[in-house]
Ligand binder design. Structure first.
Ligand code: PLP
Length: 347
């Protein structure tokens, strides 16, 4: 391996590029802790760079890995703050447990986030919608071709100064063939294999001029579930509808924030099974006026059209509710508005 710089050298050598995109620029440092013989190490900040991993590590062979996606914001001159980190800590622990890995203790999770966000404070973009995207990651380091859980793990907190995922209304392709997650499977956990299952559909969506796929339920392909990387909402007769959670849908923290913000703003919210045929009919009948996506990366983003397998485009047309909720969420996340929900976590 090449000689590694020190943390101080890595930080001093980094400059924030003008154009960021989403998740493309790596912060110069990361937090690293290890788990061996049932114990977590204390963890420390190290320079971002290649790591050594045995080629038969079960994280590579069997996707024995889970991760989180969250953001740190900075409102100068204050120190950086996080949005709902305890919710991410809880989901990270549930994801790990679902695939038989040891959960990272909440105190170690927060220590990693604090170390990275504080070290990178000067690189946190302050333009509205931009932030320091944080990617806590847990994976096995032990090698073996036998399908058993490993005994050795590594916890990293990676970071990327980022702009929002999408710069405007998104086009979404309805995936009628592949499924992302099975009943009783790992769809509600944020584990690598779910994203592998989604890649082929994403490639098809991008080839068709769309940003992401809309997943249908794995058994009948009749009800809508979520997007690859975001949850989905529809404004129907002025009410805000979203698919009810199941074991094949990731319980998005932004989804929960949207439901609470919307109710707080006086909207009626409905969580229910949502048949795709009914949704398309509601769009055609102008009962569904808007569709939008929610997620840490996407924030709240209008969906301008659904592309079906028969080539038909379904366009709900409006985006006012999504844009209003997006602004309310950003105002809380970026410290311009009161936080009546206790979502902001100061470091
Ligand atoms: C499959 C999937 N669904 C939904 C979401 C949205 O979750 P959150 O709002 O917690 O970012 C994500 C992103 O993490 C995701 O990967």
């Amino acid at each position: 391996m090449l000689p590694q710089p020190t943390v101080e050298q890595a930080l001093a050598a980094f400059t924030l590029p003008e154009k960021l995109g989403f998740g493309r620029i790596s912060a110069p440092v990361m937090f690293s802790a290890t788990y061996e013989k049932g114990e977590w190490s204390e963890g420390r900040l190290i320079p971002f760079g290649p790591i050594e991993l045995m080629p038969n590590a079960r994280s590579i062979q069997f996707a024995e890995s889970v991760f989180e996606g969250m953001k740190a914001y900075r409102v100068p001159p204050a120190r950086p703050h996080l949005f709902r980190p305890l919710d991410n800590a809880g989901r990270f622990a549930r994801s790990a447990t679902r695939v038989g890995m040891p959960a990272v203790p909440e105190s170690l999770f927060l220590a990693g986030l604090d170390a990275v966000a504080s070290a990178c404070a000067d690189f946190i973009p302050t333009r509205s919608g931009s932030s320091l995207y944080l990617r806590p990651t847990l994976f096995s380091t032990e090698g073996g071709y036998d399908v058993v859980n490993s005994g050795a793990f590594r916890f990293l907190v990676l970071a990327s100064p980022s702009e929002p995922y999408s710069s405007g209304p998104m086009r979404v392709r309805i995936e009628r063939d592949d499924v992302r997650a099975a009943r009783g499977g790992v769809g509600a956990a944020k584990t690598g294999g779910n994203y592998a299952a989604a890649m082929r559909a994403t490639t098809r969506a991008v080839a068709d001029g769309c940003t992401v796929s809309l997943w249908l339920d794995p058994q009948q392909r009749q009800t809508i579930e979520e997007l690859s990387g975001m949850n989905i909402f529809a404004v129907i007769d002025g009410e805000i509808h979203t698919p009810v959670l199941s074991d094949s849908i990731l319980p998005g923290i932004t989804r929960d924030s949207v439901l609470r913000l919307a109710a707080h703003s006086g909207y009626r919210t409905v969580e229910r099974p949502m048949p795709i045929a009914e949704l398309l009919a509601d769009i055609a009948a102008n009962r569904c006026s808007e569709l939008f996506a929610s997620g840490t990366a996407a924030i709240i983003n209008p969906i301008e059209s659904l592309l079906d397998a028969d080539g038909r485009q379904h366009r709900p047309g409006a985006s006012a509710v999504a844009l209003r909720l997006r602004q309310s969420l950003l105002d809380i996340q970026e410290g311009r508005a009161q936080d009546p929900f206790g979502w902001i976590h100061r470091l």
